[in-house]
Design a protein around this ligand. Structure first.
Ligand code: GDP
Ligand code: MG
Length: 457
């Protein structure tokens, strides 16, 4: 799609928010209705992402009568199930997502992971819109399937409108307490300074057109440069997974550029840079055939923005959250290896030089960074002596166990959003290494705090 000579890539958006606020359901809602109406419109389920083409967005927003000049080819929404709060955003350099949707449950207001997501978005300067979800839960709500929110509100009786306003006001206050100005999007005169709220229902679709339109228009208005398609590959590893028949694979989001089968790539690895060759570029089958489990479409080449599974040799120690680099004909491999490892080095530099501290284990480099940053803040101040990424194995217990002789209370693993293998758990019990697991950073902190206080007594 060309306009004025510039060629834009798709917008990349992630969904954040507290567990059960309706993130997955909201995506289902955008996807589902169209499928039901027989207008799949080319929506494709990608690896860790869903692609909504412009045509589809135009359909869904038609009622808003916006002459939605869509210049982008579509919207790629990142939805990595399982671990939701950190993995999707990179902390340094160009962040993976152009925009985010922060989902807040209107019946609960701001919850711990809402605040955590909010802080992350602010830290990374990512623009976002707030979906105030589950409006249909307001007592007496009249369903107006997939209607723009203003139209839906007009159908509601006074009590519903009053309750909605009360809750909205309360939530705006809660955001204010976090130092954030927010306002209903259609009343927001100061976009940029004040963040917009769209009431939505992921069940009946009210407000979803508004949400889609806002995302596209805001992106096209404020980030044309960022969205301009360039040939230079910009690609982030989302997950490292073992897949039967394919060995260890990496799921990536290709933000810009083009990948080809046979490309030589450099990826950041736990034990140093990984240089390998793309064996296959895979995506799931289109929606209809999603039921065909375990089979993938093979591609010779893929253009941004897309979610892709890459198979290649030697990916076992690849780190989620880091950049993937493609070696071009004129590139110096040694220099590329170095830049691939830069992501890791800034993290390693945060480890306590004294050699005394807890062991920290997380799912991705991004979450590791966030956790280390948090532990370093003066109010928390927990030293870290070792780090790991991925599931907790016996070797991690051994490493954490070194502290038993130095400072017993630090013989502890703070495990964020990762599994602990049975053998590791057994060994930990045997050795006396403590493991704290959580999906929310400050819960880890609380658990550790309680433990320390008990020791002191
Ligand atoms: P996630 O953890 O944020 O992905 O939340 P889910 O999408 O899994 O939703 C959690 C629960 O809330 C599910 O039972 C959904 O059916 C329900 N839910 C999500 N959105 C809505 C909504 O807009 N209205 C109502 N009534 N229920 C919702
Ligand atoms: Mg979910």
């Amino acid at each position: 799609i060309e306009e004025g000579g510039e060629k834009l890539r798709s917008i990349i958006c992630c969904i954040m928010g507290h567990v059960d606020s309706g993130k997955t359901k909201l995506l289902d809602c955008i996807r589902g209705t169209n499928v039901q109406e027989g207008e799949a419109g080319g929506i494709t389920q990608q690896i860790g992402a869903t692609y909504f083409p412009a045509k589809n967005i135009r359909e869904r927003t038609r009622e808003l009568k916006a002459d939605a000049k869509l210049k982008v080819p579509g919207l790629l929404v990142i939805d990595t199930p399982g671990h939701e709060s950190f993995t999707n955003l990179r902390s340094r350099g160009s962040s993976l997502c152009d925009l985010a949707i922060l989902v807040v449950d209107i019946t609960h207001g701001l919850q711990p992971q809402t605040i955590e997501s909010l802080n992350l978005l602010r830290m990374r300067n990512t623009e976002f819109i707030i979906a105030l979800n589950k409006v249909d839960r307001l007592y007496g709500w009249k369903t107006c399937k997939n209607a723009p929110i203003v139209k839906a509100m007009k159908q509601q009786n006074k009590d519903v409108i009053n309750e909605c306003n009360l809750r909205l006001k309360k939530i705006i206050n809660e955001f204010q307490e976090q130092g954030l100005n927010t306002e209903l999007y259609y009343k927001n005169k100061d976009m940029g300074e004040t963040f917009s709220i769209v009431p939505t229902s992921a069940i009946s679709g009210e407000g979803v057109p508004d949400l889609l339109l806002w995302l596209v228009q805001w992106a096209q208005k404020t980030m044309v440069e960022k969205l301009t398609y360039v040939d230079e590959v910009q690609c982030t590893v989302l997950e490292v997974k073992v897949i039967e028949g394919h060995g260890t694979t990496i799921d990536v989001v290709l933000v810009n550029g083009e990948l080809h089968e046979g490309d030589q790539i450099v990826v950041c690895g736990l034990q140093g840079p990984i240089v390998t060759t793309i064996r296959a570029l895979l995506t799931p089958h289109p929606m209809k055939e999603l039921r065909v489990k375990g089979t993938y479409l093979h591609h010779k080449e893929i253009k941004a923005a897309q979610g892709i599974k890459i198979t290649a040799q030697g990916l076992e120690h690849a780190i989620a959250g880091t950049s993937l680099h493609v070696v071009g004909p004129d590139d110096d491999i040694e220099a590329m290896k170095e830049s691939a490892m830069e992501d890791m080095e800034s993290v390693l530099s945060r480890i306590d030089k004294s050699g005394e501290g807890v062991y920290v284990q997380t799912s991705t480099l991004g979450s590791l960074e966030a956790l280390l940053e948090f532990l370093k803040t003066p109010a928390v101040n927990i030293p870290v002596s070792g780090i790991g990424i991925g599931p907790v194995h016996k070797k991690d217990i051994m490493k954490a166990g070194v502290m038993l002789e130095k400072k017993k209370e630090y013989a502890t693993i703070l495990a964020f959003d990762v599994k602990v293998t049975t053998e590791a758990r057994e060994l930990a019990d045997e050795m006396g290494v403590k493991i704290f697991c959580a999906d929310i950073i400050y819960q880890l902190f609380n658990q550790f705090q309680v433990y320390i206080e008990n020791i002191k007594e």
